[in-house]
Ligand binder design. Structure first.
Ligand code: HEM
Ligand code: HEM
Length: 224
């Protein structure tokens, strides 16, 4: 019953080629957190060994676990409420690459925190973990393992953590570039579908939320 109502509410947005406000908030909050986390992780590994570095790792873990928690919520939401059909869904290789990129982003949202959590647990010093620095989070049960196994897990998880980081570093600029290309070059509705729905005060046409696009000025051919 609630699910059906929710889907009905969501359809009113997706029929206009837009993500729901919930989807939009998830997108921008997680985009900001992931970029912050990339910077924090990079900075932390370059700090001198010592207390400050440990505190920075603690921040990195707290924030990463918050991303994991949000990833579960976002994935559940996405399974319940499909995304909009917009100008990005015309088919062909660009559409396929866009879908594949989104799937890989979701894999990173889970893969990075889980491999980070594995590393932290294999270190074996029992430092407590918290989601967002507030909610206690358990260690994985690696404490009793042979040190040889702990090292193997640490090594393996570190390699995977770095693989996911590399994937993000390649895909984020491609994704942002594609969104800007849709907006400035193709002049279609893809980016607007992921922006807050602001009514255009100058235009009172029914259901219109953004100014209609000006067609790109025709090329100057030199004739005449
Ligand atoms: C989306 C979430 C995450 C992102 C984007 C991320 C990103 C990063 C980055 C960029 C580095 C630096 C890698 C390098 O320069 O070698 C790093 C290292 C690290 N991260 Fe994360 N991380 C995330 C989640 C987590 C979580 C949840 C934990 C722990 C619970 C964690 C634990 C670590 C550890 C222990 C290192 C140091 C690894 C090393 O020394 O090579 N990360 N992370
Ligand atoms: C300035 C930065 C960004 C812009 C302009 C942007 C723009 C967009 C747009 C327009 C869409 C909708 C695409 C469509 O309808 O087919 C989208 C979807 C998506 N973006 Fe971004 N994005 C940005 C940053 C990021 C970052 C940093 C991440 C992840 C680390 C990310 C992850 C995603 C995901 C997972 C989706 C699919 C959403 C879903 O269907 O559930 N975005 N983005």
């Amino acid at each position: 019953m609630i699910g059906a109502r929710l889907r009905e509410w969501a359809r009113r947005h997706s029929d206009k080629g837009r993500y729901t406000p919930v989807g939009i908030i998830f997108h921008w909050v997680m985009a900001a957190l992931v970029i912050l986390q990339l910077a924090l992780g990079w900075y932390t590994t370059r700090m001198y060994a010592g207390g400050d570095r440990l505190t920075a790792y603690q921040w990195h873990s707290d924030l990463g676990l918050l991303i994991l928690f949000l990833a579960f919520l976002r994935f559940a939401w996405r399974m319940m409420v499909p995304g909009p059909i917009n100008d990005a869904d015309k088919g062909g290789w660009q559409t396929n690459i866009a879908y594949a990129t989104h799937v890989v982003f979701y894999l990173c949202f889970f893969g990075l925190p889980i491999t980070g959590w594995m590393m932290w647990s294999a270190l074996g010093d029992g430092r407590p973990l918290y989601v967002a620095g507030l909610v206690p989070w358990p260690q994985m049960p690696f404490g009793g393992l042979d040190p040889q196994w702990q090292w193997a897990i640490l090594d393996w998880a570190e390699d995977l953590h770095q693989m996911f980081i590399l994937i993000l570093i390649i895909l984020i600029p491609l994704h942002v570039g594609a969104a800007l290309k849709h907006h400035w070059w193709d002049r279609d509705d893809v980016l607007e579908g992921m922006l807050p729905d602001v009514k255009d005060a100058d235009d009172h046409r029914e259901g219109l939320t953004h100014k209609p696009k000006r067609p790109r000025s025709p090329r100057v051919t030199g004739a005449g």
